[in-house]
Structure formats: C-alpha cells, structure tokens
Design a protein around this ligand. Structure first.
Ligand SMILES: C[S@@+](CC[C@H](N)C(=O)[O-])C[C@H]1O[C@@H](n2cnc3c(N)ncnc32)[C@H](O)[C@@H]1O
Ligand SMILES: [Zn+2]
Length: 439
C-alpha cells in the first residue's frame, strides 16, 4: 500500500492514526513490508497488505518482521482455507502452536506449510492450476467456477450502474472475483479490498487486481477509514457472515460520501435454510438497518434476468419487505440521494467495452472433433451442484461452437467481428471475462 493511503488509516481498536514505525521493503509504488504503530500496539504490513487483526498469528508475525525475516513473517500469515475437517483441525492446531512464539517451533510449523506456500507464492502458475494443486474439494470448485455461480451473478448487474468514481471499498472481497468485476469499471488503484482472511487478499492481489489496495481486517470492528472517503461501498455475498450487522451498516454509512452508494450484492434471506449462509436477516431486518437512507432491496433473480435476458437494470421498482419474503437471494442498494433508482438502459454496452480477457467458462469442458469445437457442462460434485447451481439463466448443457476457436485472441476478434453472437454467448455464460492469469 502507498504511504499516502497508509496515512488515511486509523486503528479499528483504539481509533488513533498509524505511524509507519518500521519499513523493511518499499519502492515508489508501495510499502511492501513494515510495521504500523498506534496507541494500542503494532500491526504488520506483508506483501503491501496491512494486517489489522489481533489473533494468534499477530505476535509471531511481528517477531519475524523485527528480526527482518519477511519471508517467514509472510509464511506465518498465509493459510490455505478449506472446508475439510482434517485441514481445519490442522490449521487450528498450528495457530495454537504459533501462539507460543518460539523460533524453533515457528520454523517447524512454517516448514509444514511448505508445499502449500510454494504453490501460492509461485509467480508462474495460473490461478486454476494453483487451485487444483491445492486439492481443496468443494472449496476448489467454488474458486474455479465462482464467476458463473448463481449468488455471484447480481454483481455483474450492479457494477454496470456504478458512476461517480472516487475510492471504492469492498468489504469481504475474498479471493478477488468480485474485486475483479469492479476493476473492469473502476481503476484498480482506487479500489480497497478488505477481508479477514489474509491468504485471500494475497491471492486477490496476485491474480485478480494486482493494482488494487488491500487491508486485512475484521468487518465486525470499526472500519479503519475516514468519514466520507468512498464513493461506493460494495459487499458481495458477505454481509450475512458478519455478526455485528448494525455496526457494519453504520460504518458503511460513515465512510460513504454524500453522493455515494452502498451496494450489497447477494444477501441471504433468513426465511430460507442454507448450509453456508452465515446469520442472515429477514428482508424487513435488512431494510431497517438502512431506513435513514434511500434504500431498495431487489430479488437477485430480478437483477440477473434484467441483465442477462432484457439488457436493462431496472432499479426504479420498489419491493416491500413482504413481497421479498419469497426470494432466497436478495441485493440491497442504499444512498443519501435517490438518483440511482431509475431504469439503467443497455448495461451490456458498458460491460462489453471493458472486456479484456474473454474465455470459455471453465464450467464447460471443450472438445475438438472433425475440426469443430464443442463444449459440454462439467460434472461438479453433488454438494457443489446442490448449493451453487445457476437457475436464473438458461445455460446450455452442450453447444456446438460453430467455427469458433476457444482462445482469448479468437474471442476478442469475435467481439469485434460478430458482436451480436459474442454477446449471445456472454448472456448464456458460455463466455466470461477473467483476469489475465486465471486459466
Ligand atoms: C462468500 S465469500 C465472498 C467473496 C467475494 N466477495 C465474492 O463474491 O466472491 C465471503 C467472504 O467474507 C469474508 N468474511 C467473513 N467474515 C468476515 C469478517 N468478519 N470480516 C471480514 N471478512 C469476512 C470471508 O473471508 C470471505 O472471503
Ligand atoms: Zn490501536
């Protein structure tokens, strides 16, 4: 992170501004590693990412930075999250052992992470290959196919309505898929992605938006940014996982400037039981959190159908809490003025202009027979299909790609030569736009 941005941060625990008390590596672009000091203590910066957490790893990371061993400090901070029971126990246990902060023990624990660290830090490996190497089961599928998952789709619609680009905050930016979609409309240097999982932010920076800024924080705490700093606060598929919803709602209002928008894409409705939905609220509960602003909540499928079927985003419609009770996935927009609540015409025009790396959606496997390519939907695990299946778009199970070659260069050419057909394939999620080193 740049020094000028670091100066804007204040501590989520004591509220004082940070001093950059130690700098280990820095170039004109950013401070890569160092230590921030505030009234209540010290926090590390690793790979340009301030880590504002107070957990088992904070002291061991700081100790290694004080010993000028940035590599070991980063290795302590990087963890590969997994839903697997065995890996979760391993991670928990190693965190408890790190707490002892003995150099020899820390070395052993870091060495045990060796193969995982090697892949995550390898600069040559593509994103999907990294995920496959890490063998994370359901979690791996989630990362590879995220761009075409049902709960992800509203972010495509909502980003096309964004105007007025100052700094944009993303809360719960995860591994960077939604940050990437934002970065197609907003210069990455103006995006601040935040998450409480350091490894995700590291991956987001490595693969998804390298120019972006990232802060590792717990969104249950006050946000470390000044009043009115952001033109947009975005949160995709995350708000239901935050326990202190009223606190975060109030924080998003504080850091948003007067013309700004709060955009919560995919929040879960608590009228529906879902294995991975955190602690969701009812539609009325979500409305209540933002009742002092102009606020509207839409069923996800309405936004998705608007974009993918009708090529419009109609935010002029009002949905009462009762009328939303029947929908499992919702999206919320709140603002101090109501200018965004109108009909946004031809969103694809804006989207298509931003596309740089079109590929065939990795949810399809590609086959070449008699000189023609065809695609068919991959078989996903039962667990994944049950939870993440696309239902609001009529995705083809199989498709003959006519004379199309499934390469990015060919697809970019197709976009120019036959924009109508290109758009048709995008609207079916056959073509998606991905970061440069994704596949
Ligand atoms: C379902 S993922 C969404 C990621 C991304 N926004 C997307 O749409 O692909 C939810 C994210 O919320 C993050 N998260 C959960 N609780 C959090 C907390 N208390 N503070 C910050 N981030 C949190 C998780 O680490 C995870 O990356
Ligand atoms: Zn502090």
């Amino acid at each position: 992170m740049k020094r000028s941005l670091l100066k804007q941060l204040s501590c989520p625990y004591c509220g004082t501004g940070y001093d950059l008390s130690t700098v280990l590596t820095e170039d004109e672009e950013e401070v890569h590693s160092g230590i921030l000091e505030c009234d209540c203590g010290h926090f590390p910066i690793l790979s340009g990412i301030p880590r504002l957490l107070l957990d088992d790893l904070t002291i061991p990371i700081l100790t290694r930075l004080e010993q000028h061993d940035e590599n070991a400090a980063l290795a302590i901070a990087l963890d590969w999250p997994s839903f697997g029971l065995l890996k979760a126990i391993q991670r928990k246990l190693s965190r408890i052992l790190f707490r002892f902060n003995r150099n020899r023990l820390t070395d052993i624990l870091v060495r045990m992470k060796g193969p995982m660290l090697q892949v995550i830090r390898d600069q040559q490996v593509k994103f999907v290959d990294m995920v496959s190497t890490l063998e994370s089961g359901f979690w791996g599928e989630w990362l590879k196919y995220r761009f075409g998952m049902e709960p992800f789709l509203p972010i495509y619609a909502l980003t096309t309505t964004m105007t007025n680009h100052g700094y944009v905050l993303e809360v719960g930016s995860g591994a960077g898929h939604s940050t990437f979609v934002l970065s197609r409309f907003i210069d990455g240097t103006h995006i601040i992605g935040t998450d409480n999982t350091f490894s995700f932010l590291y991956i987001a920076k490595k693969y998804f938006v390298p120019k972006g800024n990232y802060v590792c924080l717990d969104a249950n705490n006050p946000l470390p940014f000044p009043n009115g700093f952001f033109s947009h606060v975005v949160c995709s598929d995350t708000f239901q996982f935050i326990n202190s919803k009223i606190a975060l709602a109030n924080e998003t209002k504080r850091v948003m400037h007067d013309d700004g928008h709060i955009i919560f894409s995919h929040i879960h409705n608590n009228m529906f039981v879902h294995e991975f939905a955190g602690r969701p609220l009812s539609p009325a509960g979500y409305y209540r959190l933002f009742e002092d602003l102009h606020v509207r909540i839409f069923p996800n499928q309405e936004l998705t159908t608007d974009l993918f079927t009708h090529n419009r985003i109609d935010l002029s419609r009002c949905w009462t809490p009762e009328s939303l009770n029947a929908f499992e996935g919702l999206s919320l927009i709140a603002a101090k003025n109501d200018s965004t609540f109108c009909l946004h015409q031809d969103p694809w025009k804006r989207s298509l202009a931003c596309i740089k790396t079109p590929v065939i959606n990795p949810a399809y496997s590609v086959k070449l027979e008699h000189g023609r390519y065809s695609i068919s939907r991959r078989k996903m695990s039962k667990e994944f299909s049950k939870l993440q299946q696309v239902t609001s778009i009529d995705m083809a199970d199989q498709l003959d790609l006519r004379d199309i070659e499934p390469t990015t260069a060919y697809l970019l050419d197709l976009k120019e030569q036959d924009p109508e057909y290109f758009l048709k394939l995008m609207r079916k999620l056959v073509i998606i736009d991905v970061p440069a080193h994704y596949i």
